[in-house]
Structures are given as C-alpha cells and as structure tokens.
Design a protein. Sequence first.
Length: 266
Amino acid sequence: MDIQQLFDVKGKVVLVTGGAKGIGRMISEAFITNDATVYISSRDANTCAKAVKELNSLQKGTAYYIAADFSHEEDCKRLAEELSTRERPAFSELHILVNNSGATWGAPYDEYPSAAWTKVLTLNVHRVFTITQLLTPLLERATTATDPARIINIGSINGLTVPARETFAYSASKAGLHHLSRALANHLGRRGITSNTVACGPFRTKMMAATIEKSETEITQSVPLKRMGTPQDIAGACLFLGSRGGSFINGATISLDGGSSIAARM
C-alpha cells in the first residue's frame, strides 16, 4: 500500500479554530505543508493575518483567515456563513474541522470565580458543539464511502488525569470535550463524519510559557519519554486522523503526551 496515498491530504479543505498560534498554528502548518487549503480563525484579526502571510510564504498549500470571537454565537454563525459563501476560494465542502480554540483559567480553589466556569465551559465545550453543528452541512458534502469528513477535537490530558495546577474549569471542560467527541462520533458517524480527540500533554506554547519557565524540569521528568511535545508530534497525529489512513478511526481519544497520563506517581 502506497504510504504517500495513505496519508495524503492534498486538496482537502481544513478549518483550524485558534489556528494562528500555539498548537493550532502547528496543526495549520502541518496541513499547509502537505498541500491542503487551510482556513484559520480566532478573534485577533492581526494575528491571523500575520500567520496566514507566514503560512503562504511556505509556497505549499493555501491559507486564509476569518476573524471570529467564539464567545459570541453570532460570530460562530458568521464564520459558517462566510465559509459557505466567500469567493476565495469558492467551495461547498469542508473535509476536516479542527476544534482547537479554547481558554484556560487558573486560580486558588478558595478564590476560584464563577466567571471562569462561564468562559471556559463556553469556549471549550459549548462552542465546539455550536461550530460543529453549524458546519455539519459542509462536512456532509465532503464525505465519501471510503473517505469520511473528519472532526478533530484538541483535548488535554488534564481531562484524563487530575493536574497539580488549580485549573478546575479547564480540566472539567476537557473531560467534557472528550465525551462530547464520542457522542458526536456516534451521531455523526451515521452521517459519514468521524469525530476523534487528541488529548495533548505538555507542548511549548504561549499558554504554557509561564508554567514551563517555572517548572520545566519537573514537567519533563513527569513524562516517561522525558521531553515535551513538538510540532512534528501534533502534525503526525492530525495528518493521520485527517487522511485515508485514519478514516476508520471514530470516537477515539488519542493521548499525545509521551505517556504522562499513565505514568506511575509512586
């Protein structure tokens, strides 16, 4: 079996929410360098524009952006409308939806605010459902008998294990996302769309920067492979799930964490 065809994503249309920076940017670049058409979306238009310029300079696939603040349902609706109607390029199919955008909030237990739950659960769970629901018609049009459309949800090992940091809403939201992904896999699988989760461990991102600066040695020592994730690691997982090679995977949660979620603690 030809490995190039097995993991080929050339010509596929991909949307990566939060695709301008962090893990989302790594995913965007993975699809771009393998000749896909990638839309990125986040609330910061300037950051999106800069990322698109850099991605297009690779001269592989093509990148576009649509700025949207996912905390507002109307922005989610506008995103779906623009994807369906905009001219550059005009298309009626979405092959891969990567739900990566989200938020975290850390605070001591006795001070943990109600606002944290509202913000984090809305962005990390509710809006994943909202965006997926709105884009389902585009995903359905992309599916074939052997090549279903794909939903890749970016979760976290904090939704699988109990973190030392006091990020209560974040951990709960990622656990909820993992189960939402399984529920979507059951429902949308019947409509030719797969739904899987990549539960990420520690990666060098802006969101993790302060924690890494403070506790890098401790973090890497907690991972059986003794390192953090790299762009190649998340690229490999998402390209697999988005290609013919991953077309029969549905409802899975893949721990991309070097084994840290199953590491012995004693």
